[in-house]
Design a binder for this molecule. Sequence first.
Ligand SMILES: [Zn+2]
Length: 431
Amino acid sequence: MSATVILPELTLIGEEFRRDVAVRVKSDGTIESVGLRTSADLGDELKRRALLPGFVNAHSHAFQRGLRARAQRFDTGSGNFWTWRDTMYELADSLDASEFYETCKQCFQEMLRAGITTVGEFHYLHHAGLTCDDWAFDAPLLSAARDSGIRLVLIQTYYATGNFGQELADAQKRFSGVSREQFLKQFDRLTRELHPATQTAAIACHSVRAAPIDDMVFFRDFSIANRLPFHIHIEEARKEIDDCRAAHGMNPLALLLDRLKIDDSFTAIHCTHSTADDLREYLSRGGRICLCPLTEGNLSDGFPDVPTIRECGGQLCFGTDSNIRISANEELRWMEFAQRLRRERRGVIADTSGSSAAKLHEIGTRSGARALGLRGGGIAPGNPADLIAIDLDHLSMRGATDDAILDSLIFGCGNGPIDHVWVAGNLLVKP
Ligand SMILES: [Zn+2]
């Protein structure tokens, strides 16, 4: 017998909403079956609700939620990515482990309210003390996720240099990977502390400016040998490209293509200023790209070359990154809106039937799950029961016919209509 049976009015199966479906969930938190409801199905009747897979947030720094009310004043006239980074360093330096835990937990709770059931946490703020080898912020991150109930992929991040060939600045010492050996020792310790039902791990190097190339090769090889996803920030700001050219004689993405194995377990975050040639080569090897539209907008990064990514059939996913605003559908619509503004045309991101919302929804669910090494992102047997229900009578959903629910949710709503959220079959948000 199923542990839970969910009986929504509409259920998204594949790309279509169906009526009178029962979603049966096993006690291990996975979906047992999805099919027409029968008289034997006694469970949670969800009237005027549509059931969808939860959103997958492939790139977050939860502690940066603490910056939301800061860094929006420009006393000297203007700011940029680098001036924002100084404020972020001040925040990182001010937190103790319990404040870090509280900020992360609150951020994860806010994600759940936004229908995000999985977060890939790109975790580089490791240490609390002056010795910078205490790893005091690692276990609290796992606890914060576990206590919120969100599914976590811990993307344990290596950070070793202040810029190309430079020692860490004082403000960066809390990020230190210490050494390859110490980093892997800590990674091994953490993997044994993961919650078995809702937590897994991946590896990252922070960026080409924050890790020597030999270390990046080392950790990429480690990720392949252990079948772990590998993530890295790349080409978000032009200065990184200039500095990389000075240090290595080539652009950051070209450097990765030259030295690292790229396949579908590799996710590059941002690629804001990547050249079309580098993008084509990267995508032809199966690499994925994570865009973070609200953060990229907030930080004045620029516009990624999405038309080239789409022409190559490249796999996109999204991240809430700095968590300036936590809304999956808003991230997704701005992935498209930024391109409409830049290219002066609509439908830059659309599926083969011409639906922007369906393609963006796939980017926000299945594609994000793949980037984190997870199955799921759809309502199907064997997938985790990470689900959301939306209120079809919510003011912002009024007028949406069955075939326009995704259009309405992605382009017309905030988080308001999302009023039920399950992770691993546990109902964490309800009206
Ligand atoms: Zn980031």
